[in-house]
Design a protein around this ligand. Sequence first.
Ligand code: NAP
Length: 256
Amino acid sequence: MRLLQGKKALILGIANNRSIAYGIAKTFYQEGAEIGINYLNEKFQKKLQPIAEELGATIYEKLDVSSDKEITDFVNTVKEKWGSVDIIVHSIAFANKEYLRDYYYKIDRQSFLQAMDISVYSFTALAREFLPIMNEGGSLLTLSYYGAEKVIYNYNIMGVAKAALEASVKYLARDLGEIKKIRVNAISAGPIKTLAATGIARFSEIQKMAEEKAPLKKTVSIEEVGKAALFLCSDLGTGVTGEILHVDAGYHIIGM
Ligand code: NAP
């Protein structure tokens, strides 16, 4: 018996086969889950088609999380096609690249709000809008980074956004646990070279330092994040909610 047999899992935020969301979706698919994914706009629709096919995705719909209407339409489509959902993985973040370098304090209002909207608010909005069709005992998962806890040069506004996202995980865990026994967790992943990561100035230095300092002397893979996600979202993790699980080869425990 596979761990996610009979479960319906939405994995949001696949940009390509290097995306963390792709690593998670592949693992969930191998463990028997029925997969639904989104694409951001028409440009990505064609590009992601082979991945949708590889994952046997029975939902493949447009969703830009900065639009309330698109969230409503997406929920309605899922309701029509699946009736209900067991797992939602939110692997989405965005910040104006101009501010992922230099000093944090220089951020303008519009860029601050946009990063918070797409990277933080969207998780809560999806939780709320999907709640009526989430199955009891379901699971929500989002992706965070160590820059939420400690200052990482150049991570700037994304660090502030991830801190707010981690707080949202805890508040949502309280609400949804009480209302529907839904568990809400985050994985704080170590640095991985993805499309989003290339927007952060001197990202390769962050990766190099992680390799040197982490107890396991390596960076993590999207497959390793996928396996941790499987633990959190399957029955292996039924006792875990409101948790920020570090999947970073142990980097976060090292002082000096
Ligand atoms: P990625 O492959 O670039 O994934 C980011 C995804 O967010 C993309 O699919 C992107 O879509 C999507 N997105 C951006 N704005 C959106 C919007 N308005 N509506 C819907 N989707 C939107 O990069 P990733 O590294 O896997 O990132 C996934 C998550 O992991 C993010 O939350 C990131 O902060 C987090 N994380 C990453 C690392 C790392 O080192 N890579 C470490 C810890 C945590 P498009 O590409 O189509 O624009």
